[in-house]
Design a protein. Structure first.
Length: 261
């Protein structure tokens, strides 16, 4: 199938072609906006098919923009781990109080990691007045609009929201894939330091309050117009009861920053 994006024609693979004909959001945005994103979409759908998960995700992919983007985020992170020689041993594993995560990862040494993926959006940074109005239905960036943002606070909010899933006897990993006004891929270490290791910000990894969590991965994609690539910075909790496996830490150059005031 060929679709038009601006003045360019974009060729879709067989799985993306089957999907695009039923998109509820096809008139709401331009995704896939280029041939690179179309190729990535086909790769993600093929990955889901080979993992036996395409049927599970299909309805959400046909749903709202938010549902579609959540699926793409989960598939991107899972594919990134597979490309780094990690095995997904279970999808939707059960965590604390029967709450489900995204998947279980197996490191090269055979250790398992419970993974939860969260994708906070810029809508959560709006004021209560803006949320009651029509701002969330307008574009993310509006010419000459200014606002104060605190990306570190969003990390803490998401961590606190996800924490209820983590069992104390399991190595747990939270992955954050954001679409904030100031995206976490810009100044990643600064945001991690403020949210996790700074006492003055009530950093989550400055004491044992979040001891069930082994670490936080900040994940993003990059498009350099030649290829789309995936990246993740991994930050460790020095107070974790069940630390992330050493070989997993080494695979992603994990960091434990000095706790500061």
């Amino acid at each position: 199938m060929i679709i038009r994006r601006g003045s360019a024609e974009v060729s879709l693979g067989p799985l993306a072609s089957a999907l695009i004909s039923d998109f509820l959001w096809r008139k709401e945005d331009e995704y896939p906006s280029s041939q690179l994103y179309a190729n990535e979409l086909e790769n993600l759908l093929r990955f889901a098919l080979e993992a036996g998960r395409l049927k599970h995700y299909w309805r959400a992919l046909l749903g709202t923009l938010s549902q579609r983007d959540s699926v793409l985020v989960e598939l991107r992170t899972a594919l990134h781990f597979q490309r780094n020689k990690l095995t997904i041993t279970e999808w939707e594993p059960v965590g604390l109080d029967e709450k489900k995560g995204e998947f279980l990862l197996q490191s090269p040494s055979g250790s398992e990691i419970f993974v939860e993926v969260k994708s906070p959006g810029w809508e959560g940074e709006l004021s209560e007045e803006e949320k009651r109005g029509d701002r969330k239905r307008r574009p993310k960036h509006i010419h000459l609009e200014t606002r104060n943002v605190a990306p570190w606070e969003r990390i803490q909010f998401i961590l606190d929201k996800a924490y209820e899933k983590f069992l104390p006897n399991k190595a747990n990993l939270l992955i954050i894939v954001d679409d904030l006004f100031w995206e976490l891929r810009h100044g990643t270490e600064m945001h991690a330091r403020e949210s996790l290791y700074t006492i003055g910000r009530c950093g989550c990894f400055t004491d044992d309050h979040y001891e069930n969590l082994g670490g936080v991965g900040i994940f993003w994609i990059e498009n350099n117009w030649l290829e789309i690539s995936y990246h993740m910075n991994l930050y460790l909790n020095p107070f974790a009861i069940a630390p992330l496996p050493k070989d997993f830490q080494e695979s992603f150059d994990a960091q434990t920053m000095t706790i500061v005031r």
